[in-house]
Design a protein around this ligand. Structure first.
Ligand code: HEM
Length: 406
């Protein structure tokens, strides 16, 4: 029987794992009419496609060209701005853009941030003291990575409240959200405003001659050696701001959901805080904040008997690959001690996440301090609503009570 996978339906995305299991086994390269694209679910295929030039990351330019043909000038303009982002480029441009960012994310640079990250975590948690409940996402999991990436980039902390609306609107496009009919208009407006914001930051920092933050290094690459155009300069500030927090927010949120729904695992972690790093890897594997990555076929070719045509969209389902029984023992079991754990949640190959180590450190510190400070933290909702997005997996709000019920 043919399989119907319709990720635009909330009940499917509330728990997509049973259907991923069937797709992996019965139709691992599946044509999905609602997505008008291929859905690839096996670990080996998902990994292979991320390092194979037949799968192009340059999906923003064709999007822009199509919107221009459809006479949607705002969406077309947005596509052209997105096309400057490192993640939407193939080599050789990708190599140049990526190299400019790497220095800010070396293991050494991230280790040096531990102290600052711990301070930000503790400040946020302190403001929850004395409150009976919080929304973990809005009160903690969103502001933490936003503040950290603002610090790395060199933008003022007090601006992070403005980023959330922009970033949420942009996420409806980049994250392929189905529930938002006007997502192109919202995304286009948000991206235009974010670009404008960074044009101003760049002008201010350049005028003051600021040094030391990532924006300054990018300004230097533009001004001194001309390796970066001004659209690329601004676009890659935006991608760092965006990639740097939407996903990490969901790592923290998904992690708390998983632990609170599995008291045995939570108890084990509380008793052995040294398990935090394997626990974070298992959270990443089991409920991958980046659920899928998208590519376009750069030529005609065949994959597992299916004819892929040049220009076809392919959705590489990281979340399905992460539960492939050929690579993970008992993959549907959430086990905070799992080791090795070679999940694909940070992607693979050329576009492997630049911020992976930063996200891990933020996730570990955040969950550790949260559990230490609130020994009786509990879910305060009967039902959680997962964002209806194919790419970004998380809950929009996570109500928690901080005190044990009387
Ligand atoms: C749990 C948190 C995170 C997850 C799950 C995640 C996941 C990913 C994935 C799957 C990709 C590959 C995208 C593709 O191939 O199309 C990626 C790329 C990227 N990520 Fe992350 N990410 C996280 C956190 C971060 C952070 C904290 C930053 C920066 C501060 C960041 C910056 C980037 C950038 C710049 C790229 C593009 C790299 C390239 O194209 O070469 N990410 N991320």
């Amino acid at each position: 029987m043919s399989i119907e996978f319709d990720p635009t339906r909330p009940e499917v995305m509330a728990d997509p794992y049973p259907i991923y299991q069937r797709l992996r086994a019965e139709d691992p390269v599946h044509w999905c009419p609602p997505l008008r694209g291929w859905v690839v679910t096996r670990y080996d295929d998902v990994r292979m496609a991320q390092r194979d030039a037949r799968f192009s990351a340059d999906r923003a330019t064709p999007f822009a060209d199509q919107r221009a043909r459809d006479e949607q000038p705002d969406a077309a303009r947005m596509g052209h701005l997105l096309a400057k982002w490192v993640v939407f480029n193939d080599p050789p441009r990708h190599t140049v853009l990526r190299r400019l960012m790497l220095d800010a994310f070396t293991p050494r640079a991230i280790e040096a941030l531990r102290g600052r990250i711990t301070e930000i975590v503790d400040d946020l948690l302190r403001s929850a003291d004395g409150r009976p409940d919080i929304d973990l996402i809005g009160d903690f999991a969103y502001p933490l990575p936003a503040t950290v990436i603002a610090h790395i980039l060199g933008v003022p902390d007090q601006d992070i409240d403005r980023f959330r609306a922009w970033s949420d609107d942009l996420a409806t496009v980049v994250g392929v959200s189905f529930a938002v009919p006007d997502r192109y208009q919202r995304g286009a407006r948000a991206l235009a405003e974010l670009n404008q914001y960074f044009h101003e930051i760049v002008a201010e920092r350049r005028a003051r001659g600021d040094k030391g933050a990532l924006v300054d290094a990018l300004i230097n690459a533009h001004d001194e050696d001309g390796s970066l155009s001004s659209e690329e300069l601004v676009g890659n500030c935006v991608v760092l701001l965006f990639a740097g927090h939407e996903t990490t927010t969901n790592l923290i949120g998904n992690g708390m959901v998983l632990l609170l729904e599995r008291p045995d695992q939570l108890k084990k972690l509380r008793a052995n805080p040294d398990l935090m790093s394997t626990a974070v890897e298992e959270i990443l594997r089991y409920e991958s904040p980046a659920h899928a990555v998208m590519r376009l076929a750069a030529e005609d070719f065949e994959l597992r008997g299916k004819q892929i045509k040049k220009g076809d969209r392919t959705f590489l389902m990281l979340a399905a690959a992460n539960r492939d029984p050929d690579h993970f023992e008992d993959p549907e079991r959430f086990d905070i001690t799992r080791d090795p754990n070679r999940h694909l949640s940070f992607g693979y190959g050329l576009h492997f996440c630049i911020g992976a180590q930063l996200a891990r450190v933020e996730g570990e510190i955040a969950l550790r301090r949260l559990l230490e400070r609130f020994p009786s933290i509990a879910l305060n909702a009967d039902h959680l609503e997962w964002d209806l997005s194919l790419v970004l997996r998380g809950v929009h709000a996570l109500p928690l009570s901080l005190k044990a019920a009387a």
